[in-house]
Design a protein around this ligand. Structure first.
Ligand code: BTN
Length: 325
């Protein structure tokens, strides 16, 4: 039995004895125990319940391409180039990079776990199996990199639209596109990578990681305050396949809107979700360190910061870090 099969057997949240698991898998109980340890080592909190056996603290849904597709509106389902669910990849975005020209527009790749999940600025993205969501989507654009300013902020808006569709309130955006709980804590992250020509055809690989369930160990490992959809949804996150479908549908609609109208079409929604607006900020980066007050974003997606003398400074360097003071 592989870890994926063990997780699927435990997914309903009911206890399963080592003896039953061993009989089902045709393995020794010691071999089952080894697989349980392997899941635990990846961050899945498999509990031991004495004679009752092994149990997850809550039920979870394994990702399933057919279920995701069934939860998509027909028009968005038709737009998809591919929809793949993997047990493990190094990174869903790296997988799409490797496909290169073979990947059609709106190809979507999801993985239950990533062995080398990538965050922004070379950071690692922790990707334990079964708990959260890791997906990447490829979208081609004809007009070159220059026409894509604001794309990564637009994707932030797209993720917030998907959460709204799922009935999740209490989330917002920290410039440029960190998905946070309004009360604090990172809920998700977006990594947009571009390939192609500056003024010609190019492809964006849009990677999204969303926390559905964090364990105390994962929170400690995250290295920054983190939160999950379970916390925003009163303890039980929405079905993982439904969350994936909501994100994919919002991506198809939103990326088409971006292709047609650019970031201008997202400005009003960005303002609704902007958690930095009116906040005292400390900024540091290539431009040095300075303080100001968040004053929204401009039509290209640059952060506007009101300075003490009333002037407004525009920040669009990727090296700038923004902290609430
Ligand atoms: C961030 O640092 O805020 C961005 C995190 C992006 C993580 C996602 S998970 C799916 C995709 N695959 C990766 O390796 N990274 C992105």
């Amino acid at each position: 039995m592989q870890p994926v099969q063990l997780l699927a057997l435990l997914a309903d949240g009911e206890p399963l004895s080592g003896a039953r698991l061993a009989a089902q898998a045709g393995m020794t109980r010691a071999a089952i125990w080894k697989q349980v340890e392997a899941l635990r080592a990846r961050g899945v909190p498999v509990e031991a319940r004495g004679a009752a056996g092994y149990q997850l603290p809550w039920p979870l849904q394994m990702l399933d391409a057919a279920r995701i597709r069934a939860a998509l509106p027909a028009a968005e389902a038709r737009a998809l180039g591919a929809l793949e669910v993997h047990w493990e990849l190094d990174s869903t975005s790296s997988e799409l990079q490797r496909r290169g020209a073979a990947a059609g527009d709106f190809s979507v790749v999801l993985a239950e776990t990533q062995s080398a999940g990538r965050g922004r600025r070379g950071r690692e993205w922790l990707s334990p199996p079964g708990l959260n969501l890791y997906m990447s989507c490829l979208k081609r654009f004809d007009a070159g990199f220059a026409a894509l300013s604001g794309l990564s902020l637009a994707v932030g808006v797209i993720v917030l639209r998907a959460l709204e569709h799922l009935g999740i309130a209490g989330a917002g955006l920290k410039w440029p596109n960190d998905v946070l709980a309004a009360a604090g804590g990172k809920l998700g992250g977006i990594l947009v990578e571009l390939n192609g020509e500056y003024q010609g055809p190019c492809a964006a690989i849009i990677g999204i990681g969303l926390n559905l369930r964090l364990t105390p160990a994962l929170r400690a490992q995250a290295g920054q305050p983190a939160c999950d959809l379970a916390g925003l949804a009163g303890g039980i996150p929405p079905d993982r396949n439904r969350v994936a479908a909501a994100l994919i549908a919002a991506l198809v609609d939103g990326l088409r809107q971006f292709e047609r109208d650019g970031f201008a079409a997202f400005g009003a929604d960005y303002a609704r979700y902007d958690l930095l607006h009116g906040q005292s900020l400390q900024l540091s980066g290539a431009l040095g360190a300075f303080d100001g007050v968040g004053a929204g974003v401009d039509t290209r997606g640059a952060l506007q910061v009101r300075m003490a003398d009333g002037s407004v400074r525009r920040i669009d360097s990727a090296d700038v870090t923004v902290r609430r003071s």
